[in-house]
Design a protein around this ligand. Structure first.
Ligand code: ATP
Ligand code: MG
Length: 307
């Protein structure tokens, strides 16, 4: 797949001497939803700021739809909509005015029909005449998205789009993002909500301490690192795990009523068959069982710990 953003050997050292990005290489595919995951201070906002031309790189190149962000700044920037992490809006402007004004900043001719569509898509139409200061935090965030979309960008950066947005609205925003992707927009989002990446992304990049530690298709990632957990609800509580079962590294919980077994779905054998027969031999009966797939969260935590 051809990439729409190309980041090569990018490093950033702030004036303080702090190295926030260390030799980042990253290709963003046209039309994908790419989730950038990383702990606080990992460098997510710094990376986005450089791509959007807000911060200068110390070293390396970035091109956006074939345009170098330094030598062809305007062409590169006009392709991008950015919803920054920090909300700053013109409090006393109306929603309609502020979103229309943003479009003007990119030198695009007025297009009320487009602004109307954007506001409707973001469920802001009934607030179009409201002053921003009167909106809730979640609504303000949606106004920021509307502003970012006002000039019909091909690429949308969402830096923590759903921080402080309630569950209902968050789902609504996911819908908006999916609709945008369906219309051909490439979306790069950063998030602390791993469920958001899991739910939304086509590919996931993990950044930690200024370095990209992993970029992978979400599905491949979940499969590759996927572990499964088998839970057995016992008919009768037991005080300890019998020695005959030691090799399975079982965990006893729920006051002796639940056994947990972790296994690798990619392993040649899961060990489940022998576990069940060894349980029977040990006289342990279970009333129910279920399996849970380890989440991206587990994967993420183990990656960040390891690096
Ligand atoms: N203007 C600046 N001057 C000096 N250091 C900075 C500046 N901006 C950011 N940093 C540092 O660079 C590192 C990366 O910051 P950045 O904002 O990119 O992280 P982040 O991944 O977006 O974190 P968060 O999840 O908290 O938003 C941090 O250690 C931060 O303190
Ligand atoms: Mg940030």
């Amino acid at each position: 797949m051809p990439s729409i953003i190309s980041v090569a050997n990018l490093s950033k050292t702030y004036a303080s001497g702090f190295k926030a990005l260390d030799n980042i290489n990253l290709e963003i595919n046209r039309g994908e939803i790419f989730a950038l995951l990383g702990p606080n201070g990992a460098g997510k906002t710094t990376l986005i700021s450089i791509i959007c031309g807000i911060a200068n790189p110390s070293r390396g190149q970035v091109s956006v739809d074939g345009h170098d962000i330094i030598t062809s700044y305007r062409a590169a920037r006009s392709r991008i909509g950015l919803v920054p992490q920090e909300l700053h809006t013109d409090a006393f402007e109306s929603v309609w005015a502020t979103v229309s004004f943003s479009r003007g900043l990119f030198g695009k001719p007025k297009n009320p029909a487009h602004i109307e569509k954007v506001l409707k898509d973001l469920s802001l139409w009934d607030k179009k005449d409201a002053k921003i200061v009167t909106l809730s935090g979640g609504m303000k965030r949606r106004v920021m998205i509307a502003k970012a979309l006002s000039h019909e960008p091909q690429i949308l950066f969402l830096d923590e789009p759903t921080a402080g947005v309630d569950v209902e609205l968050r789902k609504g925003m996911w819908e908006v993002v999916r609709t945008l992707r369906a219309s051909g927009v490439t979306i790069i989002l950063t998030t602390h909500y791993i469920e958001e990446a899991e739910e939304m992304a086509d590919r996931i990049g993990v950044i930690n301490k200024g370095e990209i530690v992993l970029v992978e298709d979400k599905a491949t990632l979940m499969q590759k690192l996927g572990k499964k957990r088998l839970k057995l609800h016992l008919q009768n509580r037991i005080d300890a795990i019998p020695a005959a079962l030691a090799a399975y590294n079982l965990e006893l919980s729920d006051e002796g009523c639940e056994l947990t077994y972790d296994y690798d779905t990619n392993g040649e054998r899961t060990g489940i068959t022998s576990l069940l027969s060894d349980l029977r031999n040990s006289g342990i009966r279970f009333s129910d069982l279920d399996t849970v797939k380890s989440s991206l969260e587990d994967i993420f935590v183990s990656l960040v710990r390891a690096s």
